[in-house]
Design a protein around this ligand. Sequence first.
Ligand code: SAM
Length: 224
Amino acid sequence: MINPDFAPLDDTYRHRGLRRQLVLELGRKGIADARVLEAIGAVPRHVFFETAFINHAYEDKAFPIGAGQTISQPYTVARQTELLGLPAGAKVLEIGTGSGYQCAVLVQMGYKVFTIEYQPELARRSKRLLQRLGLSPADALQGDGSQGWPTRAPFDGILVTAGAPGVPEALRSQLAPGGKLIIPVGDLQKQEMLRVTRQPGGTFAEERFGGFRFVPLKGTQGWG
Ligand code: SAM
């Protein structure tokens, strides 16, 4: 069950101060893209939290959001966004809307965002919240994102926020030329962050960016 008791939308002086501290912490941890740090500094993370956890909203940690899912750690959100490295206006597919926080950061970056969430309650709640914040994606879908969104393809970037057993072929094929897929791949305990880039001529280059831990990607190209 999703707790309907969510934080109010006000963004107080205290929240803004905590957010500035978080931005400095992410900089110290190696996030170097100023546009990403600016977006993290602009989006109020606390409004994506259940009230029970609100005092922890500006800690660099993942937290439960209901339905057995989590809001990703800010470092992970910043790192995945940084790895996309796309100019404003790029078309980006996010798989795993969850709380909506990563989507809000992508919209704040100036991307045209499409987002898919598997869990109906989370899909409904994040859609409403993003509308209220004025940070709505171009479109949002409830369903299995492990197959991408063929009718909206191609994408300049695809960002997967759940751990996959492998790189789904459907996602590779929905990349535009030069497009980048950021996806954690591994077993259920630990994954490695991969960046798959579609090269001119249609081949794919793969780079690796260290270990992370995500909830499992469900669906036909995920863990089922
Ligand atoms: N981006 C989210 C945020 O900012 O809160 C992170 C949420 S959580 C780490 C990963 C999300 O992926 C969960 O909400 C989960 O339900 C969703 N998910 C898992 N498998 C999925 C699939 N096949 N299609 C779409 N969403 C999926």
